[in-house]
Design a binder for this molecule. Structure first.
Ligand SMILES: Cc1cc2nc3c(=O)[nH]c(=O)nc-3n(C[C@H](O)[C@H](O)[C@H](O)COP(=O)(O)OP(=O)(O)OC[C@H]3O[C@@H](n4cnc5c(N)ncnc54)[C@H](O)[C@@H]3O)c2cc1C
Length: 251
């Protein structure tokens, strides 16, 4: 992973689940109490480790959905039905249960308010998670960096943080939200209804002359497609930051 750093050492630590939020039928946010704050930056992730009674362990990475300003750490997990770890986190973990994690991890896919230029955020499915942390951090720090979020989801029911995104889209925060629905669009929808492609990004992206920074996160094919298109449109390679969530699939 590009520029990976682990602050606070590689040690595992115990957090406690204090609340859950149902985001979509397949996605849940876990609100965690972590002793001695992780002091993370917006865009970073943690590793989560499960240990079975026989000692078998499985670890996976999850982006941090909450900004550094919030006391509780929030992870947002999409259940993959044939997965080893995500079904447990979404369906089995109960308030009061411990959860082992380490981090924060990642020094490259990070936004800080000292960074100049407009922000282009591109998410596919659960790839919205670290971008939500960036958006909340942008608001909490009163940054006036213009933000354009392009959010690709399969159906309206798959929109994660829906109320928050809709609120942003209709308020004068300098944050624009552009959805594209790849399978089913809401009734009467006049917006995009296809996977992210060159024509779509050419219409919505900031011009390269405005020195934007792009953060792209989601399934590997979406991330690679969007990064290649931005490069073709004239974005500097160093201004395109990517995080790949998984080997397959896509909204
Ligand atoms: C830096 C980073 C941050 C991540 N942040 C998040 C996050 O915030 N929220 C979140 O839900 N996930 C996130 N992921 C993905 C997460 O780490 C796991 O890969 C995912 O939860 C699947 O784990 P599993 O044990 O349930 O499935 P596995 O047992 O690992 O895999 C089951 C099946 O699903 C496929 N698969 C694995 N991962 C994915 C995927 N992401 N998409 C589609 N198919 C997949 C596998 O090829 C396999 O066929 C992140 C990954 C990385 C690398």
């Amino acid at each position: 992973m590009e520029g990976t750093t682990v602050r606070g050492g590689l040690g595992w630590r115990q957090s406690t689940l204090v609340d859950t939020i149902v985001e979509t039928p397949r996605v849940k946010s876990l609100v965690l109490d972590v002793p001695n704050s992780l002091a993370h930056r917006a865009g970073q992730h943690v590793d989560v480790r499960l240990t079975a009674e026989d000692g078998y362990q499985a670890a996976r990475s999850y982006s941090i959905a909450s900004p550094p300003e919030e006391r509780r750490l929030v992870l947002t997990i999409e259940r993959l039905d044939d997965g080893e770890v995500s079904p447990y986190l979404v369906d089995e973990l109960r308030v009061g249960d411990p959860l082992e994690l380490r981090g924060p991890i990642g020094g490259y896919f990070v936004w800080e308010s000292s960074m100049s230029g407009p922000l282009l955020l591109i998410a596919g499915g659960s790839g919205i998670v670290p971008l939500r942390a960036i958006i909340r951090h942008r608001i909490a720090t009163n940054s006036d960096a213009p933000v354009r979020l392009v959010y690709s989801v399969r159906t309206p029911d798959d929109v994660i943080y829906r109320q928050e995104m809709d609120r942003l889209a209709t308020s004068a925060t300098g944050i624009e939200v552009i959805y594209t629905f790849t399978r089913v669009a809401p009734g009467g929808w006049a917006g995009y209804q296809r996977r992210i492609d060159a024509a779509l990004l050419a219409e919505v992206c900031w011009p390269p002359e405005s020195k934007p920074t792009a953060f792209i996160c989601g399934p590997t094919p979406l991330v690679e497609t969007a990064a290649n298109i931005l490069s073709t449109l004239g974005y500097q390679p160093t201004s395109i930051k990517t995080e790949r969530f998984g080997p397959t699939g896509g909204p």
